[in-house]
Design a protein around this ligand. Sequence first.
Ligand code: AHR
Length: 491
Amino acid sequence: MAKAVLNGDRILGTIHRNIYGHFSEHLGYCIYGGIYVGPDSDIPNTNGLRNDVLEALRNMKIPVLRWPGGCFADEYHWKDGVGRKENRPSMINTHWGGVVENNHFGTHEFMELCELIGADPYICGNVGSGTVKEMSEWVEYITFDGESPMANWRKENGREQPWRLPYFGVGNENWGCGGHMRAEYYADLYRHYQTYVRRYGPHKIYKIACGPNTDDYHWTEVLMRQAGRFMDGLSLHYYTVPGTWQNKGSSTDFTEKEWFITLKKTLYMDELITKHSTIMDRYDPEQRVGLIVDEWGTWYDPLPGTNPGFLQQQNTLRDALVAGVNFHIFHKHCRRVHMANLAQLVNVLQAVILTNGPEMILTPTYHVFKMFSVHQDSELLDLTFNSPEYIYEGESIPAVSASASKNADGEVYISLCNLDPNNDHEFTCELRGISVEKLSGEILTSSKITDHNDFDKPDVVKPEAFDRASITDGILQVSLPAKSVVVIKLS
Ligand code: AHR
């Protein structure tokens, strides 16, 4: 049994809505086919953007979207992606399958996408193969409200008003695909490039420096020491890979062993954030600089028969648990983690949406994002509990993961994950500092750990009303089914 106490009047921080952010790269069928089909497509669209995907993203309450990469960002030249489509030059997408990129989806299309789904744009600039001038002019093109070469060009290309650009990343994985730099070298480059990411309008641009790969604490140390005062955010990338990078494991064909390993490796996110935060605390005790986990999620072997460079995988109940556990970790660190972006939005890695020609399905991960959207911009409440252990072949991890928040209307939400695929667990929680009149709940689970949605069976894993919770004498009692994600509403 998990015994808990919820202190409804003890607020630990604010869960920034951007913790529920996303990432879309020019990779495989994420942009082309997944988000953008072009205005002449038979698939219903708005200026080329798929209507079904737009609607699903609005329903999910997507707060922020990162683009155009990823590794693609450091070889993307934005000027090739504006103006009349027939005049836009093509390029080779060398990182992702060597396919021809025709640049039909560029700055205007991305900004329109963000406007239509109500997400803040987060653009990642090119440090690896781009110039300071190019980066500076991109910001001028997007944000300058007046007469200038770039603003005038934007107007000629059909956009009179500048856009708001709240978030800008100065390079991506510059320790790897973004230039194989040393931390000391990149820190200087960051200082240099970010200088010319000018604020032209009334709105500040939140500047994000390329941060560490997984447990590269040296990178964090150097960046914070040499460049901390010039940044608003420092990124962190960590993927959950059940196997090795050479042999990652199948997204659908797995046993309890891989289920356990995947969740254990997901929990490692907590240690990573704690250790990177400790370094950041030394240079930034006020926690001004955000840790921006702008790439996270599961990474499995590509689906058989697909282009290995397209990173296509299925999404099972296991991925739903991975999402829920990560969100609880981000909540716990919400004073430092200001944003997180799942990799990736559509058809790539742990996608929330899969498409196949005109068809579209929502994955279990999508449903967790939607269920957990109630936490966005809410206050994190103090919830303490002892979890029973989930033991597999002599190793163990906590069976229950939980988090609670209160929104501006005073509604309290408790989200719970039962990582144990074999046993239900009782969650008994003393409610302090809140009064409850109504209780309701939603659950996501399925009969098998490998269950997933597919184009012929789109609703195998979908949320349902949850009725195994009650309150007696101020004690909330939840009977948490094995391998499930539950959200309880107390109002
Ligand atoms: O998300 C896929 C790739 O993973 C990104 O392009 C890169 O930043 C990371 O290595």
